[in-house]
Write a protein that binds this ligand. Sequence first.
Ligand SMILES: CC(C)(COP(=O)(O)OP(=O)(O)OC[C@H]1O[C@@H](n2cnc3c(N)ncnc32)[C@H](O)[C@@H]1OP(=O)(O)O)[C@@H](O)C(=O)NCCC(=O)NCCS
Length: 163
Amino acid sequence: MTSSIQITVAQVPEKVPFDRLVEILLAAFAFQDGIVDPPSSAKSVNVSELQWRFARDTLILAHDQNGTVVGQVWIEDIGKDAYLYKLSVDPASKGGGIGRALVEAACAFAAKNGKEMMRLHVRVELRDNIAFFRARGFDIAGEGIHDGYDRPTFWKMARRLSV
Ligand SMILES: CC(C)(COP(=O)(O)OP(=O)(O)OC[C@H]1O[C@@H](n2cnc3c(N)ncnc32)[C@H](O)[C@@H]1OP(=O)(O)O)[C@@H](O)C(=O)NCCC(=O)NCCS
C-alpha cells in the first residue's frame, strides 16, 4: 500500500461522506452481477441504510492523499466476536494494498475491544475473495444458505484475534 493512504475509524456522522460510500459499494460489487446467486445486497444500498448502520456499527475508512475516500469496511459487534462486512475498495484503487490494510485495521479494532474472533460471510462463487480472506488468516468455519435456496450460498469464515 502506498504510504499516502490513511486508515481511520470514522467518529462522527457529520464527517462521513455517505454518498461516496454508496458510490464505492455500487462500483466495487458490480463485478458480482451475474456471478452470485442470489444477487448481492450491496446492490440495493443507499445513504439511509448506511446512516442507520453507522449509528449501530463501526466504520473504518481509507483516504487517499487528496482526502478522498477510496475504501471502507464495517464492523458489527456480535457479542464475544465481531462481524466484518461491506469491505470495498474503489475499483480505480484496487490492488494497492488498501483492502488488506482495511481488514487488518478491522481486526486490530476488534481485538482491542476484546473480541475473540473476526467473522464474515463470502459467497461460494467468489473463489478469489475466498483466497483473499484465506491469505488474511481466515478459515472456513461453516456454510450458510439464503432463504429459498437448497444449497450452500455462502461460506462463514473466521479468524482468531490476538491482542
Ligand atoms: C476484495 C477487495 C476488498 C480487495 O481490496 P484490494 O485493495 O484490491 O486488495 P489488496 O491490494 O489489499 O490485495 C491484498 C492481497 O490480496 C490479493 N488480492 C486482492 N484481490 C484479490 C482477488 N480478488 N483475488 C485474489 N487475490 C486478491 C492481492 O494480490 C494482494 O496479494 P498480496 O498480499 O500477496 O500482495 C477489493 O478488490 C474489492 O473491493 N472487491 C469488491 C468488493 C468485494 O468483493 N468485497 C468483499 C466481499 S466478500
